[in-house]
Ligand binder design. Structure first.
Ligand code: FE2
Length: 362
């Protein structure tokens, strides 16, 4: 069942609130191959904020920073560090999506708003979700500009991409006991469906545990929500909640059609990934020979493999992207499998805990 009033077409963009939009844009362009396609700031007459729009494949990021200490973006950065603050969903009618969500219990953040320029009318609205994360409804039916009114286009010829194609999934961390409430929130207010869930038995190591639920909307907009579970020591989700000062976006899965080439390029650019112990590759079962990448190549790059009844997937995870152990990226190549690498959770979390221990947080 999708939202009967306003189906979600897909993720329009993710907006990061950061300390310096210029430097973050440089990082994501240089290291991850994103092109800067639009800009808004002092030179365009905007005095309060600076925003860079970055694109690669169907992925669009907006990096925004504030020019003064009392601006909400500056306050977000002071509290959370750099974070994904807005998940913007493209919908056919932003006002209708907003009205439906609010009727179903969502708290409004930005009422339906229209902005016009020579390219037409851009409409949006937003509601509060977990932590300080907003879901924004963006409606481009009457807008043909490259991003939104107020932005000037930029043609960046320096960055040609690293093969990233689309946002596969977005994952949020919430407080212990809050996962069910927030998954129900997305079902009720935006027409998401529960697709699967992983309990603390599936996702635990000797030390720490978490639980996770997967939501989908229209088959391709996927949101996962995690909460910490009891373990002998601090869960990686607890570490996130402490470092982020509350719930927020933990990671996003970015799809590629050629994970080996993408990861080689990212590593050459200096992107750091979670190291995977060599023993992981010694213990892989015989089925992995069915995949079309040699096991030695996967071992060399630290790429994980998982399989379910529909096919297989290849994935790996960056180290945290900023100073705090909060946001990271997953790179994923799917061959039929619609899962999230549940078979890798244990080895992955052992690797995560090694990093957590180095930070003095385990
Ligand atoms: Fe993921």
């Amino acid at each position: 069942m999708s939202n009967p009033v306003c189906p979600i077409i897909g993720i329009d963009h993710l907006e990061f609130f950061v300390g310096s939009a210029k430097q973050s844009a440089f990082f994501y362009s240089k290291c991850f191959g994103f092109k800067n396609t639009a800009y808004r700031g002092l030179e365009t007459g905007e005095r309060k904020t600076t925003s860079y729009v970055l694109e690669q494949g169907e992925i669009r990021f907006v990096l925004s920073s504030a020019m003064s200490a009392n601006h909400p973006i500056a306050q977000s950065v002071a509290k959370h560090g750099d974070t994904i603050a807005v998940v913007a969903m493209q919908v056919p009618d932003a006002a209708a999506a907003y009205q439906y969500a609010v009727e179903q219990g969502a708290v409004g953040a930005i009422p339906p708003t229209s902005q016009a320029d020579a390219h037409g009318t851009y409409r949006y609205a937003a509601v509060h979700t977990f932590g300080d994360v907003l879901v924004k409804f963006v409606d481009r039916r009457d807008y043909s500009g490259n991003f939104a009114p107020g932005f000037v286009p930029r043609s960046d010829t320096a960055h040609s991409g690293v093969g990233l194609t689309r946002i596969d999934h977005v994952v949020g961390n919430v407080e212990r006991g809050a996962m069910d409430r927030w998954t129900q929130f997305f079902v009720k207010t935006m027409g998401f469906e529960m697709r699967m869930h992983f309990d603390d038995q599936a996702i635990s190591t000797e030390y720490s545990a978490l639980m996770s639920k997967v939501l989908q909307n229209g088959g391709k907009t996927i949101v996962n929500i995690n909460e910490p579970a009891d373990g002998l020591r601090k869960s990686q989700i607890d570490e996130y909640l402490e470092a982020h000062y509350g719930p927020g976006i933990q990671h996003i899965g970015l799809a590629t059609n050629d994970i080996v080439q993408t990861v080689l390029t990212l590593k050459q650019a200096g992107v750091e990934f979670l190291p995977i112990p060599k023993t992981y590759y010694e213990n892989l079962e015989s089925w992995v020979h069915e995949i079309d990448v040699p096991i030695e190549k996967l071992a060399e790059l630290g790429i994980l493999i998982d399989r379910d009844q529909d096919g297989y997937l290849l994935q790996l995870f960056t180290k945290p992207l900023g100073d705090r152990p909060t946001l990271f990226f997953e790179i994923i190549e799917r061959h039929g499998s619609r899962g999230f690498g549940a078979g890798n959770f244990k080895s992955l979390f052992v690797a995560l805990e090694r990093e957590q221990a180095l930070r003095g947080n385990l």
